[in-house]
Design a protein around this ligand. Structure first.
Ligand code: GCO
Length: 419
């Protein structure tokens, strides 16, 4: 007997800028091309999924998975402020149709970090009408992709606050407070997007109080717009959450991270249809703050601790705090050892199944990620994918983990109990 409910979404996730290639109108593309920007490699052609999405969706479907989370790129859909591209909307409509043609349920993310360069030029999330601009874009997308039932408004709106709360980024690290090299970088960025230094800014990290307030408003407005156009659609946002643990005396530090970077975002989810959980590892806090993980043979390529139990813990916490069902919108491992990927995912899914047995409402599990892709500042070196991609020919080579996860999906997780 499987613990997983009927209709459970078993799938994989991607993000436009990480896989499509040549997302030339986006703020991150602009920053990649600024002299001195800290990117190990350019996104360039990425995985060329913009042209090869049919093959990607076919591989996903043939494995047995039944859901694909992908993002639509705002800068393609609205390349200039107020100018919408019917042709690009049609492109994403074809992607949705390709999913349904293969029995795959699309889960569509409206914002996966990138914004149009013009939006960055005008102040990104700090501009006063940021939420209205996002709502207008959302309406266009939802009207055009009229078959989509599952919407994620924002991917990890709390990513910036996580950096602040965990000490990776000082609060207020914007404008004048930046070290001099960074200041010049932002001036060059402003120039590149045709804006004024001090106004023009990348969308990330979202940490300034006005920008955060606008993102919260944008989520609310987008949710209302989606419901207005398609009342039966299900909406939520996906929150990055490590399994935050306290070693002896570390409770106050741990609780402060939760209060700053997680709970305000989960509070907003209470009015959503689901909360998206994205989890990979744990972080342990002592009285002085975060206790660094000692790398061992299982440590991820990213340096993160191998800790499969994080998934079960975080979904329970998210469900308890928000009172709404959980959709696991990302979970995975950066490794070149595919057997380790299976071992990790297997252990995490067993915990997910136990969480369901204990009463947590879980709607789906979307593995990060379908394809080895462009991992932001780290370039292509981090391999989170169920499918390898030849960096020259873009040839897709499914890994055994794809077949394994597809089999789990086909028996709706029943086999996880036996092993
Ligand atoms: C994020 C994203 C993904 C990442 C993934 C692995 O958290 O940055 O949503 O785009 O690629 O989490 O780091």
């Amino acid at each position: 007997m499987s613990s997983f409910p009927d209709g459970f979404l078993w799938g994989a996730a991607t993000a436009g800028h990480q896989v499509e290639g040549n997302n030339v109108g986006a703020d991150i593309w602009a920053m990649e091309h600024v002299e001195g920007a800290p990117f190990a490699e350019l996104s360039g052609d990425a995985c060329d999924s913009y042209h090869r999405y049919e093959e990607d969706i076919a591989l996903l479907a043939e494995s047995g998975l039944n859901s694909y989370r992908f993002s639509v790129e705002w800068s393609r859909i609205e390349p200039e402020r107020g100018q919408f591209s019917r042709a690009e909307l049609d492109h994403y409509r074809r992607m949705v149709a390709a999913c349904y043609a293969r029995g795959v349920t699309p889960v569509v993310t409206l914002n996966h970090f990138t914004v149009p360069a013009w939006f960055a030029r005008d102040g990104a999330w700090s501009q006063p009408d940021a939420a209205d601009l996002f709502e207008r874009y959302t309406r266009r997308v939802v009207e055009h992709l009229d078959k989509v039932e599952w919407w994620v408004t924002f991917n990890e709106p709390n990513a910036g606050m996580l950096l602040v709360a965990t000490g990776a980024l000082p609060l207020g690290a914007l404008g004048e407070d930046l070290p001099s090299g960074q200041q010049e970088l932002f001036e060059r960025f402003a120039q590149r997007v045709g804006g004024q230094p001090g106004t023009a800014t990348m969308a990330l990290p979202v940490i300034a109080p006005d920008a955060l307030a606008h993102v919260f408003a944008a989520h609310r407005k987008a949710r209302a717009a989606i419901k207005d156009i398609r009342p039966q659609a299900r909406t939520g946002w996906s929150i990055a959450v490590h399994d935050f643990q306290a070693a002896e005396g570390g409770e106050a530090c741990r609780d402060q991270v939760l209060a700053q970077a997680i709970l305000p975002f989960w509070d907003l989810s209470r009015d959503d249809d689901f909360v998206g959980v994205q989890t990979y590892t744990r972080e342990v806090y002592g009285p002085q703050g975060r206790i660094a993980h000692e790398p061992n043979g299982d440590t991820f390529q990213t340096g993160w601790e191998y800790y499969p139990a994080a998934l079960g813990h975080t979904v329970r916490d998210a469900a308890a705090h928000t009172g709404v069902p959980v959709l696991v919108t990302e979970h995975g491992i950066a490794t070149d050892d595919d057997e380790q990927r299976v071992r990790f995912t297997h252990a995490a899914l067993q915990d997910l199944s136990t969480a369901i047995d204990d009463g947590a409402q879980i709607l789906g599990y979307l593995h990060w990620t379908l394809l080895d892709n462009w991992e932001w500042h780290s370039g292509f070196a981090m391999t989170f994918g169920l499918i390898a991609v030849d960096r020259t020919t873009f040839e897709r080579r499914p890994k055994p983990s794809l077949e394994w996860l597809g089999k789990v999906a086909l028996d709706n997780g029943a086999s996880l109990k036996l092993s």
